[in-house]
Ligand binder design. Structure first.
Ligand code: BDR
Ligand code: CA
Length: 315
């Protein structure tokens, strides 16, 4: 969408690596009138760049949304992406096949992000990162003045306790800690939606069936198929899995579902076993500035009600 921004809507860029929960996040964003989705950029992350780009195209295509999809980083700033195939499968969507989407734009994610930030009609822009944040960091590290055009940065990533990728670190943070470190110190306000929050968005068979009963179109059916296909998490007691990335979108469209605190966060960029760990100071014990908003609790039933209502509006 272009032109002057209607009151109450915010211009948003989503950087993602679909990814089952990325798919739900993208559909939730597309279905939400509070969000003026200007750009979707894609990073290798969960399943390798070729797959994540194809999936992003298919997800926006199924929703009939004309938002440009732009490929980005195939690698993090250091090392390589490992992928999270145990959760998302080799295809990134847990085996659920979507019709092929419109072609990706022949550009690079970091360039496309900077172009939207320079576009005065967007006003100030909210950046949402739901994968390793390589693209966002590259865009802003190479032209830091554009941080002045960023309204806020909302990231799914990190944990204040145990990780889900290593004992110390969450997948997105562990996949590119240097990129996360760049975003944390850039200047615009940062919200970090961590594992402790997203585990409250527990997808169970009963919750999937409740959404399926709403009817709706191809997007709602595919969303339910994807949620039903993700294996339950041992870490979460085998009852279901966490819908991590959709929580970052819910934070933007329904902040009343959350309780949040201000905290200091540092990311471990060292080479050892703590690499990617987010040191979250919830009790003011370090000298770190409380520069991050940390949603701590989620109204779980309200979240799934929102998700169902919004999905049922899509084609
Ligand atoms: C994050 O890791 C990915 O596998 C998910 O898509 C989510 O963004 C959760 O740790
Ligand atoms: Ca993701």
């Amino acid at each position: 969408m272009s032109g002057a921004l209607p009151v109450g809507r915010r211009a948003v860029i989503i950087d993602c690596d679909p990814g089952t929960d990325d798919a739900l996040a993208l559909w939730l964003a597309i279905a939400s009138p509070e969000i003026d989705l200007r750009l979707v950029t894609v990073v290798g992350g969960n399943a390798g760049l070729a797959r994540t780009v194809a999936n992003a195209r298919a997800i926006v295509g199924l929703a009939g949304n004309p938002v440009p999809v732009v490929p980005g980083a195939e690698r993090p700033l250091r090392g390589r992406f490992a992928g999270e195939r145990a959760v998302h499968g080799d295809d990134g969507l847990a085996g659920v096949v979507l019709p092929e989407g419109p072609p990706a734009v022949q550009a690079l994610a970091a360039d496309a992000i900077r172009a939207v930030l320079r576009d005065a009609s967007a006003g100030s822009v909210t950046l949402v990162g739901i994968g390793p944040v390589t693209n966002l960091a590259l865009a802003l590290a190479t032209e830091p003045a554009l941080a002045g055009r960023v309204r806020e940065i909302v990231l799914m990533g990190g944990a204040w306790g145990e990780g889900n990728w290593t004992p110390a670190a969450e997948f997105n943070a562990a996949s590119d800690p240097e990129a996360l470190d760049i975003l944390l110190s850039l200047g615009p306000p940062v919200t970090l939606v961590t594992l402790e929050l997203t585990m409250q968005a527990l997808v169970t068979p009963a919750r999937v069936e409740a959404i399926r009963r709403l009817g709706g179109g191809a997007c709602l059916r595919a969303a339910c198929d994807i949620m039903a296909a993700v294996p339950p998490s041992r870490r979460l007691g085998g009852e279901g899995h966490a819908l991590h990335d959709a929580c970052a979108i819910a934070w933007l469209v329904a902040p009343a579902l959350f309780h949040a605190e201000r905290v200091g966060v540092e990311v471990d960029c060292g080479p050892g076993p703590a690499r990617g760990r987010t040191h979250v100071d919830r009790w003011g014990r370090s000298k770190a500035e409380a520069q991050v908003t940390l949603p701590e609790t989620l109204d779980t039933e309200g979240f799934f009600a929102l998700l169902g209502t919004r999905l049922s509006r899509l084609p």
